[in-house]
Design a protein around this ligand. Structure first.
Ligand code: FES
Length: 609
């Protein structure tokens, strides 16, 4: 098989790739994180690269539709559609990279009295001798009982394998970590007692290293979920994982490797070792949960979208390849349904929304958005396929919240005032900027309530037979391509915001409530934390309420994972929450289509049309 030398710049990754691999697959092979929100089908346009030198295959119809003749002439191509026909040098622009991106790890801090499932005990064991020839395991268990009144009958097999040499090399002093009836780790006296909480999102992974004794967070860090290279949304991942067991194993391995590296990085911040982590908690949506555990996911993508399991799980970390203490467990919070996962349960736990007094909406916005309505102690949830538009996907100049992304935007007469992530020159629009742009164009009368653009503003122009609004012109940014919002972008945004609003409306109507009765709206998740709520209200994505009714709580799922890590009672509470939540399959709700169509209109939601 012919192979070519492919050079990805500015990341500087290069190597030999077979000629029958598209540039996106070459990037995967060389570990270059190029976005592929549609999973390589040529429809999301997120994988744009520029061919700087060398030759490649002819543009496909998808590329001819996505790229202007000028862009094609300048070497711009979709990596998933293009094959090398010689050695090539490519440039990957920031908006096509999966990293770096601002990743939300912070969220509201909820304190709870630590009551961890694992406790550590320092032991001084009697030295073995002819007069005391007990087995080392008996010596350990009996010392635990005598010195700490802790009764244990099981020693993890990996702990047992190392027990005899370790006791001797540590001069019969050891710290035993005990979970229920089992010794799960043995370490020197001075070891940390660490826990790891992971919020495993479709796009991002947030990790927290926690002191199990006092519940304090030692370090927190967010990274991209490397599964993004298999597609942006859950359905793309499910499709990839069901192609073959090998592909499913690769997807799982990618995630575990990333979590292991996250553990190493977090431990590095406090001079600890991953072996000192004696318990982990993972929360994630149902697909992420199943993929991590290598559970079947095919049925998650097919009606009636049934999970393999809903109950909370405790499994050995080593069984999924996590490199923490040898006998440690990973606890996975319970799931509500195929599309309402443990992350939503964790969010309800952390915000305490599930026991809120007044009518409350709790919403976690992502490529899949979960919404819960709490009314008189009853919790009802739906899942909305909001898609990747608010992550910048399917939007002509959309990008993630990385450097140079416009995150705030205001239209003042003919001028556009904006703020970018890191204050660097603008290269595209991230979700919060996209939302602002839509609201500002609506308020300025550039788009009407049906989302139709009007050619009534000096910044409007026509390109490739469609209207677009120039937010930043080529002249305004030193000859770099203009940043625009197109008519097609507005259509994508209408669908995304309608999905979310339909979820809220269906919950209200099912519970016989009206928008005016809502006392608070809790907005969780990275996107939800950065949005300008008034823009979301203006376009009708969120209910028309006073702004002080909204609480933006950051990564509440991560906070819920931390609570479950340090508190057994919070784990039990999570079980209660998951059992209590009633799930509605949105598409089966009465008036679903009518509500959805109504919700696509921009402006205040009007039930009557
Ligand atoms: S267009 Fe290439 S991955 Fe979507």
């Amino acid at each position: 098989m012919t192979s070519y030398h492919i050079d990805f710049e500015p990341v500087g990754r290069r190597g030999k790739c077979p000629a029958d691999k598209c540039l996106l697959d070459c990037a995967h092979q060389l570990g270059v994180g190029i976005l592929s929100m549609c999973g390589g089908h040529g429809t999301c346009h997120s994988c744009k690269v520029q061919v700087l030198s060398g030759t490649v295959s002819e543009p496909t119809p998808h590329e001819q539709e996505a790229l202007s003749p000028q862009e094609l002439k300048n070497g711009w191509r979709l990596a998933c559609q293009t094959y090398p026909t010689s050695d090539c040098k490519l440039s990957v622009p920031p908006q096509s990279m999966t990293t770096p991106q601002r990743i939300q790890v912070e969220g509201l801090e909820v304190t709870v009295a630590p009551d961890p499932p694992v406790r550590a005990y320092q032991l001084q064991l009697p030295v073995s001798s002819l007069s005391d020839p007990r087995a080392d395991s008996e010596r350990l268990l009996e010392t635990l009982e005598q010195q700490h009144q802790v009764h244990c009958s099981i020693i993890d097999i990996d702990v047992l394998r190392n027990l005899s040499p370790q006791l001797r090399s540590w001069n019969w002093q050891a710290q035993a970590s005990v979970r229920d009836n089992e010794v799960v780790a043995l370490s020197p006296w001075s070891s940390h007692k660490l826990g790891l909480a992971i919020d495993l999102g479709t796009t991002k992974i947030a990790g927290y290293l926690v002191d199990l004794e006092n519940g304090q967070t030692f370090a927190a860090k967010g990274i991209m979920n490397p599964q993004v290279s298999y597609g942006e949304d859950i359905i793309s991942r499910i499709t990839s994982a069901t192609k073959s067991p090998v592909e499913a194993a690769q997807i799982q391995q990618l995630t575990v490797t990333a979590i292991n590296q996250l553990g190493v990085d977090l431990c590095g911040e406090v001079n600890a070792k991953p072996e000192e982590i004696v318990e982990a908690v993972v929360v994630g949506n149902t697909a992420m949960h199943h993929l991590l555990l290598r559970l079947p996911v095919e049925q998650l993508g097919l009606s009636p979208y049934v999970p393999a399991i809903r109950e909370a799980l405790d499994i050995k970390a080593r069984d999924i390849g996590l490199h923490i203490a040898s006998g440690a467990y990973v606890h996975l919070l319970p799931i509500v349904a195929g599309f309402v996962g443990a992350d939503h349960v964790a969010m309800l736990l952390a915000t305490e929304a599930w026991q809120a007094e007044g009518l409350t909406v709790a919403i976690d916005i992502g490529t899949n958005t979960e919404v819960s309505l709490v009314s008189d102690g009853k919790v009802t949830s739906v899942s909305c396929a909001s898609g990747p538009a608010f992550e910048g996907g399917h939007i002509k100049c959309g990008m993630r919240a990385a450097s140079g992304a416009i995150e705030r935007l205001l239209l003042v007469d003919d001028q556009v005032e904006y703020q970018t992530v890191d204050g660097t020159p603008p290269v595209g629009l991230c979700g919060s900027g996209i939302l602002d742009a839509m609201a500002q164009l609506y308020l300025a009368g550039v788009i009407d309530k049906d989302g139709r653009m009007k050619d009534n503003h000096p910044r409007m122009r026509t390109r490739q037979k469609q209207l677009e609004f120039v937010l930043v012109s080529k002249d305004e940014q030193d000859g770099h391509p203009a940043i625009v919002i197109t008519q097609q972008d507005i259509r994508e945004l209408q669908l995304a915001k309608a999905a979310i609003r339909t979820g809220i409306q269906v919950l209200l109507e099912t519970n016989g409530c009206s928008e005016e009765e809502i006392k608070q709206v809790i907005i969780a998740g990275a996107f939800g934390s950065y949005i300008n709520v008034s823009s979301a209200v203006t376009i009708g994505m969120l209910p028309s309420l006073a702004l002080d009714c909204f609480r933006q709580v950051g990564n509440a799922a991560g906070m819920g994972a931390k609570l479950a890590l340090v508190s057994r009672s919070k784990r039990a509470e999570a079980q209660t929450v998951a059992r209590q939540v009633g799930y509605i399959e949105l598409a089966t709700a009465p008036n679903f289509m009518q509500t959805f169509v109504q919700a696509t209109h921009i402006g205040r939601y009007n039930r009557g049309g």
